[in-house]
Design a protein around this ligand. Structure first.
Ligand SMILES: NC(=O)c1ccc[n+]([C@@H]2O[C@H](COP(=O)([O-])OP(=O)(O)OC[C@H]3O[C@@H](n4cnc5c(N)ncnc54)[C@H](O)[C@@H]3O)[C@@H](O)[C@H]2O)c1
Length: 374
């Protein structure tokens, strides 16, 4: 039996706590929880009998022998807490994003270098079987060479009251960004896991109809060596959707919230050379070359957070690896920070982003928002 602790028992932390306390995470015991908010701790004492509670994580680490700790606090705290746990030899799972800026992530990765600890990031959407299958098919060459991709992420609707409920939300000093770094970081991690990291980004970010200092609307072009991927984000669209479309020489994969459509055909270069129909619609082409429309449909939504904990537990027991390592945790943030810089400077930004430039940018944003009333 492993003993786990949790730092931060708000919206996400309480889901982790319940999953462990109620026995859904086999062979793990909820030993201790920590939150600076006394009201949260009172609630936790009622919900989780015999689980030790702390206001300071330093006290929890000093008094408990923990096999693993989950950090589920606001983004801006992740770096210092992760480094503290690494320094004290504690296996750690950090909620997404690992940290909202590349400079802080560099520090965590540097601190973890040569460490034998299990360190992971809870990018739980990686356990979505649709994305896993798409990655496998693309790597096997099922749709050939990629020609273009588009990720539409307009399903994370957030009203003003969402941002008002916690002081850290909707700000550069708290979240370290908006729609991209808080919600879409999940899908941007998937995007980089399947397509890799682009060479450069060109983007425009806006704040639409909300009293926040960060973006809730983005249009970006991610430029790869041989193709482009467009990214469309809105957190103010009541009819939003999540759709990842990847098109190649030999077919197309389209993934939405619950299903994946795979269309495959003969290499377009061959069709282009051999067909006499200039519009690619002739009957011969259709009959001969179109095959394999497969619709994979199943529940991909539930239990992802639990799966992330299971992978963390298994890695501690040396029976597998975490869902995403901290080195992988950098990649989505690299892309997002590049998008912020591009929008702010109105120019294309090469990746990896210039660390000094990003530090200057984020300091400027935090300084500007001090004068904004919310
Ligand atoms: N993986 C997912 O699906 C998912 C979903 C929601 C949130 N999250 C992530 O979880 C983290 C927390 O988000 P949330 O929505 O639960 O936020 P929240 O504001 O609801 O909860 C954060 C909790 O941390 C506590 N806290 C703040 N400072 C602390 C400190 N120094 N020590 C101990 N506790 C402290 C707060 O009192 C609060 O209870 C964020 O990183 C967020 O991005 C992940």
């Amino acid at each position: 039996m492993l003993n786990f602790g949790i730092i931060g028992v708000g919206r996400m932390g309480i889901i982790h706590a319940k999953n462990i306390y109620e026995g859904h995470l086999k062979d793990v015991h909820l030993q201790a929880i920590c939150d600076i908010d006394k009201k949260v701790l009172t609630k936790c004492k009622r919900l989780f009998k015999k689980v030790n509670t702390y206001e300071k994580y330093e006290d929890m680490i000093a008094n408990e022998k923990l096999d693993g700790v989950i950090i589920a606090t606001p983004h801006y705290l992740h770096k210092d807490q992760a480094i503290y746990l690494i320094n004290h030899g504690v296996n750690t799972l950090i909620e997404k994003p690992l940290y909202p800026n590349v400079n802080g992530i560099d520090e965590i990765i540097k601190k973890a270098a040569n460490s034998k600890l299990v360190l992971g990031v809870s990018y739980n959407q990686r356990s979505n079987p649709l994305y896993k299958k798409a990655k496998e098919l693309i790597e096997k060459g099922a749709i050939g060479k990629i020609n273009y991709a588009n990720f539409t992420i307009t399903s994370w609707y957030r009203a003003q009251c969402y941002y008002n409920q916690g002081g850290w939300r909707g700000s550069w000093s708290g979240e370290g960004g908006g729609a991209l770094i808080n919600q879409c970081v999940h899908q941007i991690d998937i995007l980089q896991n399947i397509l890799g990291i682009p060479k450069s980004v060109l983007a425009t970010c806006k704040t639409v109809n909300r009293n926040i200092t960060v973006e809730n609307d983005v249009l970006a072009i991610l430029k790869y060596e041989d193709f482009n991927c467009t990214l469309l984000v809105s957190n103010h669209d009541l009819c939003g959707k999540t759709e990842f479309e990847i098109s190649g020489d030999k077919g197309r994969i389209t993934i939405d919230e619950t299903s994946m459509l795979i269309q495959t055909h003969i290499d377009e270069k061959i069709v282009n050379r051999e067909t006499t129909d200039g519009y690619g619609k002739c009957e011969v082409f259709k009959k001969k070359y179109s095959y394999g429309q497969t619709n994979i449909s199943f529940d991909a939504k539930y239990g992802q957070q639990l799966h992330s904990l299971e992978k963390f537990r298994d890695a501690i027991n040396k029976k597998g690896s975490v869902l995403a390592t901290i080195n992988e945790g950098l990649n989505a943030v690299e892309i997002i920070n590049g998008i912020y810089l591009s929008s702010d400077n109105n120019k294309e930004i090469d990746l990896p982003v210039d660390r000094k430039e990003y530090k200057k940018f984020i300091n400027k944003k935090m300084e500007e928002e001090k004068n904004v009333r919310r």
